[in-house]
Design a protein around this ligand. Structure first.
Ligand code: GDP
Ligand code: IMO
Ligand code: MG
Length: 430
């Protein structure tokens, strides 16, 4: 069987690494783009031909007019938000009619999940996670506790769906003491059932079919590895699996079908929300990174915390995800710095380690061990080949390759999707 390639794009840090841009750049050679997890907590920004697009629930590869977008079973989906996003995109001249599909097995996220998210954050006070308040945690909680409602139920039999929704909402009302206008909610979903009747499909079957047709598929990860519910800085994480296993689980594509696993890492790190960030720069350098890198959240507009790139975390990413190549993004942002830091080890009470402590209190005590590199002090945004990069930039990249054991195939040098260096790394040996 002549199956197509299946690439997986995964965030390797704390989200916002620039996954959307890479997905857009690869969307010319991949005609099916699949989201595997998360929901509208994601914000994937693309600049193409002067136009800005931000994707939240829709896969980012849909600017290409013939591409098919799939929202996989691992996602939690607020249908009104999805509809809003579809309309917004069509106002920009991009119609996704007949080319966007939602898994019957994806869980529905309702307004009350968003309300619960806010209540839980408020209750936690200073200890809050700093969620996007998009209802992600509460929706996955319902999924795991087996009380969630799936997209397939909405389109299969509305009477049964309405009954389930009524019962579930009644229980939520009691549990959280919130008021829900259940009858209006049911009326709203009756309209949505019609709207989504052709969109909700068995997407696992469709993906199998596309593979057999030889189509190239791209799985678009959301969030980042350090926000993974198991491997991230728990409890300051999201509620989904942001790993390669999540990419398989959340789409129904077997892991041995993945032909390229791409880790997306910024040339420095950022984080929105609470939780430890070992290399955080709470000084002028951090401010400069935020300013030059325009580091403000695409979903919530919050300022992103900034720090030097963390090789300890990147090594864990490669180990757990079996990544083949890197996309190093935003290298252009480092152009103005005399020196660039790289976190090469963690210092825990005087001992150097390559392990990331699971205990959040212990992790908070970790100090970064930083190796300094000379900056290049040159605009690199017009460069399109590795060879043309300044020697200092090459040294920085080659150090990251040596430390992590995998090559940097894609290098981001600007916001626009075309501002990308693509290297032939086949012959590279580590
Ligand atoms: P995502 O969530 O991983 O898709 O990333 P976001 O879109 O939330 O944040 C990444 C930001 O960096 C966006 O505003 C992108 O336009 C921008 N970006 C991505 N790659 C590059 C790059 O190589 N250089 C510059 N200057 N900006 C980039
Ligand atoms: P993309 O796909 C950056 C963070 C939130 C918070 C934690 C939990 O654009 O990279 P949640 O709303 O998921 O319960 O919040 O996770 N977070 C992200 N940070 N990029 C994202 O997505 C994120 N999605 C969630 O800020 O710290
Ligand atoms: Mg983002």
């Amino acid at each position: 069987m002549n199956t197509g390639n299946i690439a997986v794009v995964l965030g390797a840090q704390w989200g916002d690494e620039g996954k959307g841009k890479l997905v857009d750049a690869l969307s010319k050679s991949h005609s099916v783009i699949v989201r595997a997890g998360g929901g509208a907590n994601a914000g994937h920004t693309i600049y193409r031909q002067g136009q800005k697009y931000v994707f939240h629930l829709l896969p980012s590869g849909l600017i290409e007019p013939e591409n098919i977008g799939i929202i996989g079973n691992g996602c939690v989906v607020h249908l009104p938000s999805l509809l809003h996003e579809i309309h917004e995109l069509s106002e920009k001249g991009i119609s996704v009619r007949n080319r966007i599909f939602l898994s019957t097995r994806a869980h529905l996220l309702f307004d009350f999940h968003q309300e619960i998210d806010s209540i839980q954050e408020e209750r936690k006070g200073k200890e809050c996670v700093g969620t996007t308040k998009r209802g992600i945690g509460p929706a996955y909680t319902d999924k795991v506790s087996r009380s969630g409602i799936r997209a397939g139920e909405l389109v299969a039999d509305f009477k049964t769906f309405a009954h389930r929704l009524r019962e579930h909402a009644e229980e939520i009302k009691i549990q959280y003491g919130i008021s829900i206008d259940i009858e209006s909610l049911i009326v709203e979903y009756q309209d949505l059932a019609e709207e989504f009747s052709d969109i909700v499909r068995d997407t696992e079957e469709m993906l199998e079919q596309y593979q057999q047709e030889g189509k190239n598929i791209l799985v678009e990860g959301a969030q980042g590895f350090m926000l993974d519910i198991d491997h991230g800085t728990y409890p300051f994480v999201t509620s989904s699996h942001t790993t390669v296993s999540g990419a398989s689980q959340g789409t129904g594509i077997a892991p041995n079908r993945f032909t390229e696993i791409i880790g997306v890492a910024k040339a420095y790190v950022t984080r929105v929300g609470s939780g430890p960030l070992v290399s955080e720069l709470l000084n002028e350098t951090g401010e400069t990174l935020r300013k030059i890198g325009h580091e403000y959240g695409a979903t919530t507009g919050r300022p992103r915390r900034c720090g030097w790139i963390d090789v300890v975390a990147l090594k864990k990413f490669v180990r757990v995800n079996g990544a083949n190549v890197w996309n190093l993004t935003k290298l252009d942002v480092l152009a103005d710095f005399d020196h660039i830091g790289v976190v090469v080890a963690y210092d825990l009470e005087g001992e150097h380690t390559q392990c990331i402590p699971a205990d959040i209190g212990t992790l908070a005590k970790v100090k970064p061990v930083i190796q300094e590199f000379s900056g290049w002090k040159k605009d690199i945004s017009k460069i399109r080949t590795f060879e043309d990069l300044p020697v200092e930039a090459k040294n920085f990249i080659e150090f990251l390759e040596k430390e992590t054991g995998i090559p940097v195939k894609y290098i981001g040098v600007g916001m626009e999707s075309e501002a990308l260096i693509i290297r032939d790394v086949k012959k590279k040996d580590f």
